[in-house]
Write a protein that binds this ligand. Structure first.
Ligand code: F6P
Length: 341
């Protein structure tokens, strides 16, 4: 078999572990040939690829980022790809394509699959917002980075009697904010799923100071919004990939809290630091298992599906099912952390 692999969308720790696992399983077990398309679907459309043998993937298990490069696909290029989907497999001589990506990539994968390309998807995103899989690799690493950052911010916040507003990633789903906020013992958590009122945060900080706890850490997801009329904060325009351009809720909220409290409030934007660096052991294992199962699925002709974690098992689910809706934080998970909302 000849298998093509690519990584698309925002990178995330564990991508290289999947690539390595695909190559190991395909080459060592089946004697397959594997090629890697460069910079996501752009490599597929422009014919930029390279051969991936065991030597090419040696030493990459613990490396962050992706050795293949990644990019987001503009909508018009996706249409172009779908039109030429039947030719792509023939042109490159591939029997299967394994795209590794998040919601956008899996949607593209589904469209390409419907258009006739033999596709087996692998989900990834630090946001953990892909439905049909209990976890995506990259999430554990991001939560660890954000938790460590808040642990560190607590000690300096306490020294200076400050409020720290820590903005973490999470466009539509607040999983990173929820879990890192819980792990770090943040005093407030704001998620995209539930508009927040800055007045509640002001009350919480004032109560803490009155009890002699003269600092606070508030974890806010980048996609969180204040409740209507509670604070001046606009919605951003939509970019060419269909994503809202955020206005910087961490900075806006810190400014608002400082104004209302008369105490220093500092914004800390963690940004892409959450996506960089080496994956945790958990993410390396999950990524490796996904790669192994993707190759098995290709050999069994299970196309139009993606790998997913269900409990402790890896199963194959239809791509169509995976991209119908995002997995957002349900109310019961927020209730468990109620004291900090
Ligand atoms: O989807 C993953 C993600 O990291 C989001 O949390 C974040 O909003 C987005 O990607 C950032 O993307 P970019 O790298 O294009 O700035």
């Amino acid at each position: 078999m000849r298998i093509g692999v690519l990584t698309a969308g925002g990178d995330c720790p564990g991508l290289n572990a999947v690539i390595r696992s695909v190559v190991h399983r395909a080459v060592a077990q089946y004697g397959d040939e594997v090629i890697g398309f460069e910079d996501g679907f752009a490599g597929l459309l422009d014919g930029h690829y390279r051969s991936l043998d065991l030597e090419a993937v040696s030493g990459i298990l613990a490396r962050g980022g992706t050795i293949l490069g990644s990019s987001r696909l503009e909508r018009n290029r996706l249409r172009e790809a779908c039109e030429s989907a039947p030719d792509i497999a023939r042109d490159f001589g591939i029997d299967a394509l394994i795209p590794i990506g998040g919601e956008g990539t899996l949607t593209a994968a589904r469209m390409l699959s419907d258009a006739g390309l033999p596709v087996v998807g692998v989900p990834k995103t630090i946001d953990n917002d892909i439905s049909s899989t209990d976890r995506t690799f990259g999430f554990d690493t991001a939560v660890g980075v954000a938790t460590e950052a808040m642990d560190r911010l607590k000690t300096t916040a306490e020294s200076h009697q400050r409020v720290m507003v820590v903005e973490v990633m999470g466009r539509h789903a607040g999983w990173i904010a929820l879990e890192s906020g819980m792990a770090a013992g943040a005093h407030g958590i704001c998620l995209p799923e539930r508009p927040f009122d800055p007045a509640d945060l002001v009350k919480m900080v004032e109560e803490r100071f009155a009890r002699g706890k003269k600092f606070a850490v508030i974890c806010v997801a980048e996609g969180a919004h204040p409740a209507d009329g509670s604070m001046d904060y606009g919605k951003g325009e939509i970019d060419q990939f269909g994503h809202e351009r955020f206005q910087g809720i961490g900075t806006a909220l810190a400014f608002e809290l400082e104004r209302r409290l008369g105490k220093e409030a500092k914004p800390v934007i963690l940004g892409h630091v959450q996506r960089g660096g080496t994956p945790t052991a958990y993410d390396r294992v999950l990524a490796t298992r996904f790669g192994w199962h993707a190759v098995e699925a290709a050999h069994q002709g299970e196309f139009g599906r993606m790998t997913a974690l269900r409990g402790t098992d890896i199963v194959m689910v239809p791509l169509a099912e995976a991209v119908t809706e995002l997995k957002t934080v349900p109310k019961d998970r927020m209730d468990e952390a109620e004291s900090v909302f």
